[in-house]
Structure formats: structure tokens, C-alpha cells
Design a protein around this ligand. Structure first.
Ligand code: NAD
Length: 427
């Protein structure tokens, strides 16, 4: 293949990674469920899509400049409960991506059987270019504009890429100014404001739990397994900590600036401290630098993409040497790469199962906020793992019985549940 053709192929693969991948992945499940076109349309379309403009004076090179940011909230389905999904601050945020991720949330909440639908939102912004005060103002203005469609029984945002407890606290405060004290309007809040002890770690810990279940099936002990993690933010760093505590060797980690490799295993607490001090993994003394592409191709037992969509595409696929891929990020493997990886016998645990620990913990936080009763941390993790184990068993049993891959089985369980709720409620 010529260089230009290869580049074009990769570009097409990544650009279509969100909506097309999801449509492709769903197709197998929908065919097995024998859905007619009207049912498909009903399940695929968003319930509501809101776009807002947010003007803000920002400081740049000592000057005040007016900039108008764009914010989105896509609500896909509320057949099984209020809309639920993360809020992302990233320059690449756009409507198509939010649409695909909102739909993914519907299947995720249905798969792990918690009483929510699916939504996703965000602002097209690089938060690193704003002061804390500017970011707070932007978040509060976004909340004011979105507040008619948010609510504890309507739509409950949560952290995602570049958002965390701080942003959730601002949203809770802004929303409460005109609606009363309603902590349950967002999850992933600081514990002091009604957040759940364990929510911060939940997605990453859940990833490690699902990995253990999957490795067990492959007869590979987690203790001593070599794990490579792409993305060292909330999900990647907590998964790494948990893997290390479970006896695995986390041999490589990365962030957007590059990666690190140490065949003996990287000291995760030290790497977290280094990032907290310096803002990146660059110059961490305990490992050799590698690029993100080199990292994805390292020999390992488990590869955990925990950054953004489409990072494992058909260009990177031939370099992958892992035995198992755990989709800690949402949609990290494009459908073209997914087909090829499975043909090579590489098992893939799909995102709607692998990273569902976060939304399960968010469900517990929401319940706790409604009941005004705090749960203990151990109970949070035990119950989250029980939910994940139940979903894993259901998916695995269906995949075996129907001779389909785990992703198709996961989608089938989820779509069946959403469709049943829609039918029971009546059209
Ligand atoms: P985060 O902002 O805390 O961390 C993202 C990490 O990815 C950072 O280390 C960043 O430097 C790195 N990164 C960004 N672009 C990269 C690239 N091209 N190559 C390598 N690394 C890159 O975000 P997060 O909350 O950890 O979310 C990560 C993924 O997990 C997203 O896909 C998100 O949708 C998904 N997810 C998050 C949660 C949650 O609870 N936070 C729950 C479910 C799924």
C-alpha cells in the first residue's frame, strides 16, 4: 500500500470510528433480534440534542479576548430511567461524537441493569488554555443554559475526559441556585458534597475486576500478568493502581505526551506523584520513554486503552501483540480493527462492559443522594463488582451459546432490555 493510501485509510478509519463503529457493532445484535426498520430507528435516534453557545472573555498574551464556546448535551434514551452520562471538556468535542457516546451510555446502563438511560455532553474547549476562574465561569454558564434539561429525575451528568469532582461541584452549586439543594443532579462530586467514597476509583477498579474475570476464562493468572495501559488519567491511573495491588506487572503507561516502559513493572504510586507534580509522565525516572504507538505494540498479556476513541485503528492493529484487550475508554477500537483483531484470536472485552464500574458507582451515588444516607467504601466496591460479575457472566454465557463475540452478545443483552422497556411503556 502506498504511504498516501495508507494515510487516507487510517484517516477514514478514525473519522468514522464513533458513529459507524457503533452502527456496525449494533448490527449483529439487531440482526439476531430480528428487529424491523421502525424498531431500529426508534432505538437509534436521540431523544433530544441540545447545542448552546457560551460567550466568555478569556485572557491570552495579556489581552482580554471574547471567545464563544459551543456546548452539547445529547439525550439518547430514557426508556429505563433518567438520562445518564459524562461531560467532556476537549477541543475535539462535537455533536456526532456526543451522539454516538450518548447511545453507548444507553447500552451500557442497560447491560449492567441499572435504572438509567443514556446521555453525553461536553464543551469544545482545551481546559489547559483557561485559568481556573475562566473554566469555572464557563462551566457555570454551560450549567445555566442546560439546566432546563438537567435534573435528578431528568438527566444526571458525571465526569469524563478533563472533568472531575471540581467541575461536578460547580455544576451542583450552579444548578442548586435556582432549584434548591439537589446534590443528585450530578454524580462524581467531592465526597464532602454528597459524592460517593469510591466513585473516583470505581471505573479503573471495575476495569481491573473485569480483566480478572476475562483472564480467568483464558487460563492466564492475573498475578504476574504483563499489563500495558494507554492513558493515565482518572481511569488509567486507578486501573493501574488496582492491577498492581492484584499482583500484575504494569509494564507500560502513557499520557497524551508519550509513554513509559519498564519490563520489571512501573511503580504506579510514584508515577501518579510525578504527574501531580509535573503535569505529565515526561522525565519519570523509573522507566524508558516510548511513543504511544510503540506502547500499543508492546508484547503483553493485557492491553488497556484508557484514553480516547479510535486509538486502536487498522493502521495500529497489525502491531498489537496483546492476548486480551480491555476497552477501558469508550470506543477505543474501530470496527475495522475489531474485525481483524478477533480474526487473529485476540479477545476484546467491550467498553459497555469493561468500563461500566463508573456508571454503576454513579448509580450508587444517586441512590445515596436521594436517600440522604452514605454507604461505606467496601460496600460500594463489593456491590459494583457483583453487578459487573453478573453482567460478565450473562454476556459470556450468551456468547458461548450463540457462537458470537462478546461485543455482539453484550449489545444483544442491552438492546433487548431497552426494547422491552420501550414496548412495556407503550409507544
Ligand atoms: P482523563 O481526562 O482523566 O484522562 C485521559 C488520559 O488520556 C490522560 O492521561 C491524557 O493525557 C490521555 N490521553 C489523551 N489523549 C491521548 C492520546 N492520544 N494518547 C494517549 N493518551 C492520551 O479521562 P478519563 O476520565 O480517565 O477517561 C478516559 C476514557 O475513559 C474516556 O474514553 C472516557 O469516556 C472513558 N470513561 C471514563 C469514565 C470515568 O469515570 N471517568 C467512565 C467510563 C468511561
Amino acid at each position: 500500500m502506498t504511504k498516501a493510501k495508507k494515510k487516507k485509510n487510517m484517516h477514514e478509519d478514525i473519522s468514522c470510528c464513533c458513529q459507524n463503529s457503533q452502527a456496525h457493532f449494533l448490527d449483529g445484535a439487531m440482526q439476531r433480534l430480528d428487529l424491523d426498520p421502525a424498531q431500529k430507528q426508534l432505538l437509534l435516534q436521540s431523544f433530544r440534542e441540545v447545542t448552546v453557545q457560551i460567550p466568555l472573555n478569556v485572557h491570552s498574551n495579556g489581552q482580554k479576548i471574547l471567545h464563544t464556546f459551543t456546548g452539547y448535551r445529547v439525550q439518547h434514551s430514557h426508556a429505563r430511567g433518567p438520562f445518564k452520562g459524562g461531560l467532556r471538556f476537549h477541543p475535539d468535542v462535537q455533536l456526532d461524537e456526543m451522539r454516538a457516546l450518548a447511545q453507548l451510555m444507553t447500552w451500557k446502563t442497560a447491560l449492567v441493569d441499572i435504572p438509567f438511560g443514556g446521555a453525553k455532553g461536553g464543551i469544545a474547549v482545551d481546559p489547559a488554555t483557561l485559568t481556573e476562574h475562566e473554566l469555572e465561569t464557563l462551566t457555570r454558564r454551560f450549567t445555566q443554559k442546560m439546566s432546563p434539561v438537567l435534573g435528578v429525575k431528568e438527566d444526571i451528568p458525571a465526569p469524563d475526559v478533563n472533568t472531575g469532582p471540581r467541575e461536578m461541584a460547580w455544576i451542583f452549586d450552579e444548578y442548586s441556585k435556582s432549584n434548591g439543594h439537589i446534590p443528585g443532579v450530578v454524580t462524581g462530586k467531592p465526597v464532602e458534597l454528597g459524592g460517593l467514597d469510591g466513585r473516583l476509583e470505581a471505573t479503573g477498579y471495575g476495569v481491573a475486576h473485569v480483566t480478572e474475570l476475562a483472564l480467568d476464562q483464558l487460563d492466564i493468572p492475573l498475578k504476574g500478568a504483563r499489563v500495558v495501559i494507554q492513558g493515565f488519567g482518572n481511569v488509567g491511573s486507578h486501573a493501574a493502581l488496582r492491577f498492581q495491588a492484584m499482583g500484575a506487572h504494569v509494564v507500560a503507561i502513557s499520557d497524551m505526551y508519550g509513554g513509559l516502559f519498564n519490563p520489571q513493572g512501573i511503580k504506579i504510586e510514584s508515577a501518579i506523584e510525578h504527574v501531580a507534580k509535573t503535569g505529565s509522565l515526561n522525565d519519570f525516572p523509573g522507566a524508558e520513554p516510548v511513543t504511544n504507538n510503540e506502547l500499543l505494540g508492546l508484547p503483553c498479556d493485557v492491553l488497556v486503552p484508557a484514553a480516547l476513541e479510535g486509538t486502536i485503528n487498522c493502521d495500529i492493529e497489525p502491531t498489537i501483540q496483546a492476548k486480551l484487550i480491555i476497552e477501558a475508554a469508550n470506543m477505543p477500537v474501530t470496527y475495522m480493527a475489531d474485525d481483524k483483531l478477533r480474526q487473529r484470536g485476540i479477545a476484546i472485552i467491550p467498553d459497555i462492559l469493561a468500563n461500566a464500574g463508573g456508571v454503576i458507582a454513579s448509580y450508587f451515588e444517586w441512590v445515596q443522594n436521594i436517600q440522604r444516607f452514605a454507604w461505606e467504601r467496601d460496600k460500594v466496591f463489593a456491590r459494583m463488582e457483583a453487578h459487573l460479575s453478573r453482567a460478565y457472566t450473562e454476556v459470556h454465557q450468551l456468547a458461548e451459546a450463540a457462537h458470537v463475540d462478546l461485543r455482539t452478545a453484550a449489545y444483544e443483552v442491552a438492546v433487548r432490555r431497552v426494547l422491552r422497556a420501550v414496548e412495556l411503556r407503550g409507544f
